[in-house]
Design a protein around this ligand. Structure first.
Ligand SMILES: Nc1ncnc2c1ncn2[C@@H]1O[C@H](COP(=O)(O)OP(=O)(O)OP(=O)(O)O)[C@@H](O)[C@H]1O
Length: 956
């Protein structure tokens, strides 16, 4: 394949173009590529060593703005350096899952170039596939000979050196490579005319020793990418498949009949999992084939939900078409005739045996071995036109391949399944790979376990898809779809359960993300209901830290979550990972939910633009409390709320939403702004919105919003103007003062006002002090935990430890707890939400929070506060100063300059898992230490008091 230089030598330039085109159509698309090509979403992933930081920022930028395709790369620009990066790009690696369109992409690139539409600086483009190169495993070539062998035009034109030209080599399908690419041990080769094996040529080309001026483009499925050392790759891109509009475009191009296209598109949209699956082009193609048939015979009907189901439908359609075309049968006749059954069996055998050997192109002899008559082979390829084909042209011998690798993987799995079902032979059995070892049909679970082990062992993931299909075939409903081909159905739910358990065990074994994700896909094929929890657990437990997941892996997880068919009614981000990264990556899942709980997830203003786009989705309820969105972020969010497509009805926590309330189409009925530092000024702005005639808010919660009587006055004035909607107003934990309460209570009595519920409890001046003090709560000591060593006074607010000699009278409690814990006592009520309290102390005391069920062993120190993982303590001592303790780990803290002993305070934010200790001096808080954790159980304040010491709960 060449261009101008070659064209000038050739009398007919169009011949060269035809050569490109012929090669491309031969590779599988009988339609003109231009007619069917639909733009794909490609983006930069991480890079090799070059310009790494810059790239990372690019990715961040792109992923922070999902929905926009800012960092999307179009096919013709694949070699263009990234914006801002000056380094020329020699080697690009494009990753993408099976069938995502990598091959088509390389074909499109080549065709555009050959037609003079792009990349005119390139003089030669040589597209290779690893599949073709594998066949040359035993042969020797120089680089020039290799090019001449595949692109005979270059030989005819007498071109024997390429270093004065701009040359692009494309190597498609690294995952299909069966050549030993041994980078560390392959000898260096620099001479393009020296003959050697193909793997040595490739290794040297890729590491830049051979023809360093050439550019290289390698495509691969993700699991096989690591065969090439990262330092040999300048840029990594990832094909993400079709976006929603691109999916539609695909079907519109595929079906020239507009009405048929629309019908198919709307049909696909009725199934969430199918619609999601169609982001992968090969599924679009299969879906198109299947639906064309399904919709012809019946309107509606069940649509395939899993990968296996889809391929089964595909096979059935193929068989039906064959019957009609070649045997003159009608659509309604049974589609599995004895001859089509035999054919599938033979094709399955071929698919499996060749997959095991790593062959994707087969010779006549391979076909004969599987009982396929060579003379009939062309009929086979004609019969199952969409499944199996003959590769013509390049090779002396006739060669064949499946139309797509995934079809081979499916038929291989079907073969293993059929063989085990029909004869009890386990083709995967370890001892003799091919032979019959197990003849016991009850050993299905053993078959699946071996398949799982084999797939996990494979370094390039070449059995991943096979495994998914094999497990998919174990589902009874899938077997029913194959009735006629399978003589019997029946899988045992017990077997499936065992397989599910085995998969879960494997997931927990520290696998690579790629492998774990494939196992999630397997659970999906098995319709496992616990899949979503499994993923949550996987992310939350940190088996895999979310930072380590690549964007591609995130999108795989999103894909699984969305296609799991599990009801996504409530999305709670904390169940996955309370981080902004996780939020942005899981955005499509948020959008598909009805209610999203994003509280306490460290979201900042940079999430807001994205959040704003979420608001026009299915979402009806959004909880954003306890984040750090700031005004700028909230402004962005407000824009989203104003969108006429926004159907949010309930929103928690975000400031300055005044304009939203007054927006004409606002559907907001409930607004919860609790625990925001709104202040009177914020309430005033809010009131401006509230008084608008368009505002139809029914419930407003402003508890803990630092509101005084001034704020109340503006609320009252707003409600006077627009009294007929608001029913409930929560102003608890503020400081409305007497006058504020009076004004609002008058409203309650006013017949024009709709207000019927007003909360103004727990008010007071402390609620409007800055800092955590506004969360002041009342503690109450649990007198049942007080032993004979401790003396209560001041209405049970002060505890003093009497010395042993001062007459110790054991209580019931003393008999239950160990000696050392005698001087510890607890508060009665568990803490909830945000809590702040202060204590005055004297002597040596420990101020703690604990889980109430700390193991209390008489002879163990472990039970002491701070000595275990169930309690957190601040030790305060006149002499020794402060220290904090948790899980028997201690950290000393020097006395703040102002103090020697002053009251200490504690602030706990239970949902966010933070616990802060302060020292208090004339209303100033000095931060001592903060613990960040996740509280797994209710927390109780507790104290330990040393002899001669005391603690008093302060009144706030
Ligand atoms: N951009 C596209 N426009 C239209 N159809 C496409 C496009 N990309 C892929 N397809 C369809 O999907 C099929 C599979 O694509 P392709 O062979 O390029 O995938 P792949 O990523 O190379 O897969 P694998 O890793 O399994 O080899 C194509 O045969 C074609 O039908």
């Amino acid at each position: 394949v060449s261009q101008q230089e070659l064209e000038s030598d050739s009398s007919d330039g169009s011949l060269l173009f035809e050569s490109v085109f012929e090669k491309i159509t031969k590779a599988g698309n009988s339609n003109s590529l231009h007619e069917i090509y639909t733009e794909l979403y490609i983006m930069m992933e991480e890079t090799g060593e070059v310009n790494k930081e810059h790239e990372i920022r690019q990715i961040e930028k792109a992923s922070w703005q999902p929905g926009t395709l800012k960092a999307a790369i179009i096919c013709e620009n694949i070699f263009k350096a990234s914006p801002g990066g000056d380094e020329p790009i020699r080697t690009v690696m494009t990753k993408g899952v099976a069938g995502i369109g990598k091959t088509v992409l390389t074909q499109k690139f080549t065709l555009d170039w050959a037609e003079d539409k792009a990349n005119q600086d390139i003089q030669f483009t040589f597209p290779f596939t690893f599949r073709e190169l594998n066949v040359l495993k035993e042969k020797k070539f120089s680089l020039v000979e290799l090019v001449h062998h595949f692109f005979t035009e270059t030989k005819e034109a007498g071109i024997c050196s390429f270093d004065q030209f701009q040359v692009v080599f494309i190597f498609d399908g690294l995952d299909e490579c069966r050549l030993p690419l041994d980078f560390p041990n392959t000898e260096i080769l620099t001479d393009v005319t020296e003959s050697t094996s193909v793997d040595v040529l490739l290794t040297n080309l890729i590491r830049g020793k051979l023809l360093p001026s050439a550019r290289l483009w390698i495509t691969t499925r993700p699991a096989a990418a690591n065969q090439i050392p990262p330092e040999c790759v300048d840029m990594v891109t990832e094909v993400r498949g079709f976006t929603d509009p691109q999916k539609e475009e695909y079907f519109r191009k595929k079906f020239t009949d507009k009405e048929q296209a629309s019908r198919i598109i709307s049909h696909i949209k009725t199934s969430r999992s199918l619609h999601i699956m169609c982001h992968i082009p090969v599924f679009c193609w299969i879906t198109a084939t299947v639906l064309k048939d399904v919709l012809k015979t019946r309107e509606g009907g069940e649509l395939p939900k899993t990968l296996t189901e889809m391929y089964i439908h595909f096979l059935v359609v193929q068989s039906k078409l064959k019957n009609i075309k070649y045997h003159g049968r009608s659509e309604r006749d049974p589609h599995w005739s004895p001859e089509s059954r035999t054919m599938i069996e033979s094709l399955g055998k071929l698919a499996f045996e060749q997959l095991q050997k790593g062959n994707l192109i087969f010779y006549e002899s391979d076909l004969t071995d599987c009982g396929i008559d060579i003379r009939a082979a062309s009929v086979y390829s004609g019969v199952f036109t969409e499944a199996f084909k003959e590769v013509r042209g390049l090779y002396q011998d006739k060669v064949f391949c499946f139309v797509h690798l995934s079809v081979q993987e499916f038929l291989a799995a079907l073969h293993v399944h059929l063989t085990f079902f029909n004869s009890g032979v386990n083709l995967l059995s370890e001892a003799t790979w091919w032979s019959e070892l197990f003849r016991d049909k009850s050993k299905f679970s053993r078959l699946y376990q071996i398949a799982l082990d084999k797939a996990l062992e494979s370094p390039n993931g070449h059995l991943d898809l096979f495994l998914r299909f094999l497990l998919g075939l174990s589902i009874e409903s899938n077997q029913t779809l194959l009735r006629g081909l399978l003589t019997q159905t029946g899988s045992c739910s017990d077997t499936n359960q065992k397989t599910v358990q085995y998969i879960k065990k494997k997931i927990s074994e520290n696998l690579s993300p790629e492998k774990s994700i494939n196992l999630f896909q397997c659970l999906n094929e098995l319709n496992d209901r616990s899949l979503v929890e499994e993923i949550q657990q996987y992310l939350r437990s940190g088996i895999l830290s979310t930072e380590k997941l690549s964007p591609a892996q995130w999108s795989a997880l999103v894909f699984i979550l969305l296609s799991s068919e599990k009801d996504l009614d409530v999305f709670d981000l904390k169940k996955y990972s309370a981080s902004e990264e996780a939020f942005l990556r899981l955005l499509p899942v948020v959008k598909a939910s009805n209610k999203a709980i994003l509280s306490g997830c460290n979201l900042t203003e940079r999430s807001c633009e994205t959040l704003s786009s979420v608001l026009s989705s299915h979402l009806r309820e959004l909880d954003l409390s306890n984040n750090n969105l700031r005004d700028s972020g909230v402004k962005l969010l407000s824009a989203g709320l104003e969108s006429p497509h926004c159907i949010i009805q309930r929103l928690r926590s975000c400031e300055a939403l005044s304009s939203v309330l007054s927006f004409q189409s606002s559907s907001l009925r409930e607004l919860d702004l609790s625990k925001n530092n709104l202040l009177d000024s914020g309430v005033k702005v809010l009131s401006a919105g509230l008084e608008s005639q368009h505002c139809r808010l029914e419930t407003l919660s402003l508890s803990y919003c630092v509101v005084t009587e001034e704020g109340c006055a503006s609320l009252v004035s707003a409600l006077r103007s627009n009294p007929s909607h608001l029913r409930e107003l929560d102003l608890s934990y503020n400081h409305p003062g007497d006058s504020g309460v009076k004004l609002l209570s008058a409203g309650l009595e006013d017949p024009h006002w709709r207000l019927d519920t007003l909360r103004v409890d727990h008010g007071g001046p402390q609620r409007v002090r800055p800092g955590p003090t506004k969360y002041a709560c009342e503690l109450e000591l649990d007198t049942n935990t007080v032993n004979g060593n401790l003396k209560l006074s001041d209405n049970n607010r002060t505890v003093t430890r009497v010395r042993a000699t001062q007459g110790f009278v054991p209580t019931q409690y003393d008999k239950q707890v160990p000696m050392d814990c005698w001087s510890e006592l607890l508060c009665r009520k568990a803490l909830t939400g945000h809590c702040y309290w202060e204590v005055e102390w004297r002597g040596d005391v420990h101020i703690s929070v604990i889980y109430r069920r700390i193991r209390r062993k008489r002879d163990s120190e472990e039970c002491l506060f701070g000595k275990n993982d169930q309690s957190w303590r601040l030790s305060c001592s006149d002499v020794l100063g402060y220290s904090v303790w948790h899980n028997n780990r201690q950290k000393s803290i020097s006395f703040p300059s102002h103090s020697s002993p002053s009251p200490s305070s504690l602030y706990v934010d239970c949902p966010a898992g933070t616990l802060s200790f302060y020292s208090v001096s004339s209303d100033t808080l000095t931060h001592l230490h903060t613990f960040n954790t996740t509280f797994a159980q209710p927390l109780y304040p507790g104290f330990r008091i040393c002899p001669g010491s005391s603690v008093s709960l302060c009144r706030l």
